[in-house]
Design a protein around this ligand. Structure first.
Ligand SMILES: NC(=O)c1ccc[n+]([C@@H]2O[C@H](COP(=O)([O-])OP(=O)(O)OC[C@H]3O[C@@H](n4cnc5c(N)ncnc54)[C@H](O)[C@@H]3O)[C@@H](O)[C@H]2O)c1
Length: 370
């Protein structure tokens, strides 16, 4: 099979869908890999590295889309890419169709196969192609939080780790899933006093074994959250209720409980945010202040560290790219459970029930659409 890796064209997107190690493996399995010139530069990967791994470097997206059977990307295709997609071509990338009717209609009209990273499910592992980005965002939440606690950034001037003889800063994390656990790991590593709240008692039990003694697990409810806000220097929002908008756990009036210059990093902003005063921001202008509290609410945090994010993402995607290339789309849908859960569109048929219900559209199971 011929695989194609185009350069991402979404503004501020520096990630790329494959790294040289992926090219090396796929070429070794007998495939050809076309990489658009400059595709890896945003992630610090030179064309030369792709070439040395066995890729054919091609100039411009037309040749990549024109020759490849399987396109491997990071972000959803943008309107200027729609016309390049061919009937029967296979696309493997993040789509988030339910948020974008124009994209949904365009990919259906192209009669391509769409396999979506975000819906690929492995029993017992949840959604393994979303996990790496949550790991990045969780670790980053503490890094950006610590930075914005500095006084010139509007913060209250606390060094999270403290120094000998001075109390460390206090970090409160709402949600002990992937984001929350990684945030707790970073904050505890800095030496902060950390409290992590979750409604899942089993998860809290696991975290008490996984995390060091300067992290305290607390059962989450409105009372416990309000008690914690008073002491917090950094509040991280990391809750998720699958398939739903994030619950509003901190109301505007609760900000009065916090110290002036405290920082909120609401990672859950991409699901509407769990702090009432959060609204999505960008890497160019990441923060705003409400009632003296600094809010950081970047909806695409991994985009700020495209090198790490590229390697984290491709570590997770490569085994599935390889299986999709080796089996082809039809056999993948019939024989590979996880890949069949990623199949959102099959030659013009919508095969994702959740997307269909978002837009009131017809759908059919992927296996029956073949
Ligand atoms: N902003 C970004 O760039 C970015 C990047 C990655 C992930 N995210 C978002 O971060 C959020 C968390 O993702 P995740 O992968 O950690 O999810 P996860 O499912 O692993 O964890 C969510 C946790 O929230 C807990 N929870 C649910 N309701 C709660 C409540 N009322 N109080 C306390 N805890 C509660 C759950 O029990 C679970 O442990 C999601 O909204 C995800 O979309 C954002």
């Amino acid at each position: 099979m011929i695989l194609g890796v185009p350069k991402e064209i979404k503004p501020q997107e520096g990630r790329v869908g494959m790294v040289p190690a992926g090219v090396h493996r796929l070429v070794g399995e007998g495939h050809e890999v076309l990489v658009e010139e400059g595709a890896g530069l945003g992630a610090g990967i030179e064309d030369r590295e792709f070439r040395e791994a066995g890729a054919e470097l091609v100039r411009g997206p037309e040749e990549v889309f024109g020759r490849a059977d399987l396109i491997v990307k990071v972000k959803e295709p943008l309107p200027e890419e729609f016309g390049r997609i061919r009937e029967g071509q296979v696309l493997f990338t993040y789509f988030h169709f339910a948020a974008d009717r124009v994209l949904t209609d365009a990919i259906l009209a192209s009669k391509a196969f769409a396999f979506a990273y975000e819906t690929l499910e492995v029993p017992g592992q949840g959604l393994p192609l979303l996990t790496p980005m949550s790991e990045v965002a969780g670790r980053m939440a503490v890094q950006v939080g610590a930075y914005h606690l500095e006084a010139p950034r509007g913060g209250n001037g606390t060094l999270l780790g403290g120094v000998p003889g001075v109390r460390p800063g206090r970090v409160v994390i709402l949600g002990g899933g992937v984001v929350g656990t990684e945030a707790a790991r970073m904050a505890s590593g800095l030496g902060a006093e950390v409290t992590i709240l979750d409604i899942d008692l089993e998860r809290l039990r696991d975290l008490s074994f996984l995390l060091p003694p300067n992290v305290h697990g607390l059962y989450s409810n409105a009372y416990a959250i309000q008690q914690q806000l008073a002491g917090a220097d950094l509040l991280v929002g990391a809750v998720l209720i699958k398939g739903h908008r994030a619950p509003r756990l901190v109301r505007r009036e609760d900000l009065n409980l916090m110290k002036p210059g405290s920082v909120i990093v609401d990672v859950a902003v991409d699901q509407g945010g769990c702090i009432e005063t959060c609204r999505p921001t960008t890497h160019e202008d990441p923060t705003f202040v409400v009632d003296g509290i600094v809010h950081y609410c970047v909806a695409n945090m991994p985009g700020g560290v495209p090198r790490t994010s590229t390697f984290a993402l491709t570590n997770a995607t490569l085994p599935f790219i390889s299986r999709l290339a080796n089996l082809g789309p039809e056999r993948a849908i019939r024989e590979d459970g996880p890949l069949s859960t990623a199949a959102s569109m099959v030659r013009g048929v919508l095969t994702d029930e959740a997307v269909a219900s978002s837009f009131g559209m017809e759908w059919a199971p992927a296996s029956s659409a073949l």
